[in-house]
Design a protein around this ligand. Structure first.
Ligand SMILES: [Zn+2]
Length: 117
């Protein structure tokens, strides 16, 4: 069994989930990362090129937030399913320090560095 403080991890994941959702909403996206709000970039910028650039940047941020959200959800599901803290590559326990620092980690340190991510 991996060693970790379940309550601490659950609280941290929950908190991070709230933060990510808040950021998505601020960008005019819904929980699924779809831009729903009628954020009219055209009004804020004098030329269309700048508006397009801004929109592209927003979509990029939304995409990375959505990715982060799915990592958090996966970690929460693992926590509930009892497989949290197990390396997805080698099946060994993920280091406690690592889980504490980054609860969404799915690989242990050696597998992570082997994959050179
Ligand atoms: Zn591993």
């Amino acid at each position: 069994m991996p060693q970790f403080d379940r309550d601490h991890v659950a609280a941290k994941l929950d908190q991070e989930r709230v933060t990510v959702l808040h950021q998505l909403h601020e960008l005019g996206a819904n929980d699924a990362g779809e831009l729903t709000g009628e954020v009219d970039f055209g009004d804020a910028f004098a030329d269309a090129g700048a508006a397009t650039a801004e929109r592209t940047e927003t979509i990029g941020i939304v995409e990375s937030l959505t990715r982060r959200l799915s990592e958090i959800d996966a970690a929460i599901m693992k926590l509930e399913g009892g497989t949290f803290g197990v390396c997805s590559a080698c099946g060994k326990d993920i280091e406690t320090d690592r889980l504490d620092y980054r609860p969404t980690s799915v690989k242990c340190v050696s597998c992570k560095s082997a994959a050179s991510e």
